[in-house]
Each structure stands twice: as structure tokens, then as C-alpha cells.
Design a protein around this ligand. Structure first.
Ligand SMILES: *Cc1c(COP(=O)(O)O)cnc(C)c1O
Length: 398
């Protein structure tokens, strides 16, 4: 495979494991064990059982006929919004909790921004009766109260991160600090294809079930497992990695990664990481990130908390810099509008993150009738407070 990680954890020039001495033990243990463990038949059968009967997979591949009419293309939605806990994130947390169990870990830590990954982690910890600590920026704790309540109801301890901007990047720093202090008994469940090797590859493998299913489901409609175009939103990049995974080496399938442009790419309030970013190191990985000339991280902004991250996974940095994937950046306003369009045309309320991928249909060229698969990464229940502000604006949008 041309786009697979190499033995040192690199995708081209991106990736690797740039970690402090104190983390060597944990990361090396994970690196030397992860492939062996996930290939064990007993692991595979428990993973597949839980994906089927607990998460509700396979998630449907739905032909969105009214959306297709609007765009004069044949559009299929991969319905990750129908998963237990409402997004793709549970695919990864199930995989990692089974891994943690087999490594003999008793305690789980995680970082979360909007709380979606925190909820998915607290869920699998309840399922497996493991102690769960979730780090969350204190600003995010304020603005995501329902997910904080969910995590606590599931038995997790939610610890506020009070440094810096008190958001996702600071929560990640706190989680890393915790891990350094508890190298023996703790597993850190990272929520996207970011962090030191082997996390990007491990998370991509757990999420790759998305494209494995698309390849089984699409022939029913088109006679071929290969669409013309595949699209997904990119925060850290885990739903996109899972959606692209089994198509990476099929060069005739076009890959479109959709980033958050916030209030405009060059507005100073944006999260268009691959466009604005330069090569640097964030959270243990060499990748593209938004930084000042002297290497200070620039605070990102997006209306969707799941895309509000100053970096991007090393796989995506590689796909974009080699030209294998195209990037489109979508503003807050464009995403909200696309969410209303989908809701009115198909009766599906998407997550704000997923709405970025839908909005990209307005910005790209394609042949009439082209087959396009879009990953609908999550449902919009968590975003209702935002959508409520636009009910009058978009009352007669279609
Ligand atoms: C967290 C989240 C994202 C962004 O994370 P990725 O790792 O880039 O997939 C996208 N969509 C939803 C619904 C999310 O919850």
C-alpha cells in the first residue's frame, strides 16, 4: 500500500513519535503490541460482535434522492450518525478498550472537546467496568453541559483543563501529563488519527470498517465497489481516514477532505489547518499545524467543536501534500446552511461537523450523474442550540 504508515510510523515526511522520555514506556508497549493484538482471532470476533450488536453496524449506505436531484449527482450518505452514541467515534473507542483490556490496563484516560469522544470513551468504560477520567477544557465544560452530564451519568470523572485557551488542545496536554504520571496501569484513548505512532495507524484501522462496508454496500446500487468521489470532514481526521482507507490505493477514486474555514480562511478565526498550516510537531506527531513564525500554536476557530483543532493527522497531511486528496474549506455559515438543506430535503439532521462535508458539494466540480459517497459522521442533536439561532433565517430554504 502506497499510503500506509512505514515501520517508523511515518507517512512520507509526516508522523513519527516525538515524545518525552517519560512516555517512552507506554508508547513503545503500544507500538510493539497493537498489530499482534488486533489480529488475534478472539480480538477480531469480540470487536466485530460489539460493532454489530452494540454499535448497530453495518451502518446504512443511503441514496439521498432529493439531495441528488439538487446537485445533479448520485449522492450516497454513509450513516455513521445512526451508530450508538451518535457518531463514528464509538468504532475507535470499542477497538481501544479491547486493546487496553488485553494490555492489562485498569484505568482509562481521554481528552475531549465537544464531549463526543468523552461520551464514547465513558460508554465503553461503563461496558467494561474500567475507571474513566476525561480531561476537558473548562470553557468546553461550560458550553457542552449535556455531554458533561452524559459522561458523569456513565460513571466518568470529568476533569477541567484550566490552562491556555481552556479548550481541546489544553485538555490533550493534561491527558498526556496524566499518562506520564501513570505509565503502568493507564491506557490513553486518543479520539482521532493524531498523536504519536502508533495512534494514527491504530485509529485508522479501527475506523476502516467504514470504507470496508461502503465497498460491500455500493455494488447494490451501482454495480461497483468504487464510487467516483468520496468526501469527509476533517478535524483530526478519523472519520475521513476510515472512509478513505480501503480506497487509498485506488487512484481513480477521488478523495475530498473538508476543513473548517470558520469565519473565513484568512479571517484570523479559522481551523483550515492544511491550508494555513506549516510543518511542525503537535501532540507527539510531525504534521501540518497552525503556528506563528516562532512556533506558538495559533488558536483555531470553528462553529463545530469537533473540527476546532489546530493540527491534522499525519496521514491527511501526507495525502494532501502529495495531491492524493483535495481540500475544500467551508465557513461556519456555509455549514449551517448545508445542515438545513439536508434536513429539509432528506429529514436527516446532521452534526455540524458532517454539514461541512455536505456544504463542499457547492464548491466542487463533478460530472453530472457522478457517484459521490459522503461520510455523515454524526447526528445533529448535540448542535440543536446552534441550529435554533437559525430557524427563522432558513425557514424557507428549499
Ligand atoms: C469528532 C467529530 C468529528 C471530527 O473528528 P475526526 O477525527 O476528524 O473525524 C467529525 N464529526 C463528528 C460528528 C464528530 O463527533
Amino acid at each position: 500500500m502506497n499510503y500506509a504508515v512505514d515501520s517508523k510510523g511515518f507517512y512520507g515526511i509526516f508522523g513519527g513519535a516525538y515524545i518525552p522520555e517519560m512516555l517512552q514506556y507506554n508508547v513503545e508497549q503500544l507500538r510493539s503490541e497493537y498489530l499482534k493484538i488486533i489480529h488475534e482471532p478472539a480480538f477480531q470476533s469480540e470487536f466485530n460482535y460489539l460493532l454489530k450488536h452494540y454499535v448497530g453496524r453495518p451502518s446504512p449506505l443511503y441514496e439521498a434522492k432529493r439531495l441528488s436531484d439538487k446537485y445533479k449527482a448520485r449522492i450516497f450518505l454513509k450513516r455513521e450518525d445512526l451508530n450508538h452514541t451518535g457518531a463514528h467515534k464509538i468504532n475507535n473507542t470499542i477497538g481501544q478498550i479491547l486493546l487496553a483490556e488485553r494490555l492489562g490496563k485498569k484505568r482509562i484516560i481521554a481528552e475531549t472537546g465537544a464531549g463526543q469522544h468523552g461520551v464514547a470513551t465513558a460508554t465503553v468504560c461503563a461496558l467494561k467496568n474500567l475507571e474513566c477520567v476525561v480531561y476537558m477544557g473548562s470553557v468546553d465544560i461550560e458550553r457542552q453541559a449535556p455531554n458533561v452530564a452524559r459522561m458523569r451519568m456513565l460513571g466518568a470523572r470529568v476533569v477541567p483543563a484550566t490552562s491556555g485557551s481552556q479548550t481541546l488542545k489544553d485538555a490533550t496536554n493534561e491527558a498526556i501529563r496524566d499518562w506520564i504520571q501513570h505509565p503502568e496501569d493507564t491506557h490513553y484513548i486518543i479520539g482521532s488519527v493524531v498523536g504519536p505512532h502508533p495512534y494514527p495507524d491504530m485509529v485508522a484501522r479501527f475506523q476502516s470498517v467504514i470504507s470496508a462496508e461502503i465497498r460491500e454496500q455500493l455494488p447494490e446500487y451501482t454495480g461497483s465497489p468504487d464510487p467516483d468521489t468520496i468526501m469527509a470532514c476533517v478535524g483530526g481526521g478519523s472519520n475521513a481516514a476510515g472512509t478513505f482507507y480501503h480506497y487509498l490505493d485506488k487512484e481513480k477514486v477521488r478523495l475530498v477532505a473538508v476543513e473548517a474555514a470558520g469565519e473565513g480562511i484568512h479571517s484570523g478565526r479559522s481551523a483550515a489547518t492544511s491550508i494555513l498550516g506549516s510543518v511542525g510537531i503537535i501532540h507527539g506527531s510531525k504534521t501540518l499545524l497552525m503556528q506563528t513564525a516562532d512556533g506558538q500554536i495559533i488558536e483555531p476557530h470553528s462553529i463545530s467543536a469537533g473540527l476546532d483543532y489546530p493540527g491534522i493527522g499525519p496521514l491527511h497531511a501526507h495525502l494532501i501534500r502529495t495531491g492524493r486528496a483535495e481540500v475544500i474549506a467551508i465557513t461556519d455559515e456555509e455549514a449551517v446552511k448545508a445542515a438545513f438543506v439536508l434536513t429539509r430535503l432528506e429529514g436527516i439532521i446532521p452534526a455540524l461537523e458532517s454539514a461541512h462535508a455536505l456544504a463542499a458539494l457547492d464548491q466542487m466540480q463533478y460530472r453530472p450523474g457522478e457517484n459521490i459517497v459522503i461520510c455523515l459522521s454524526g447526528r445533529g442533536d448535540k448542535d440543536l442550540a446552534t441550529y435554533m439561532k437559525y430557524l427563522d433565517t432558513y425557514e424557507s430554504i428549499v
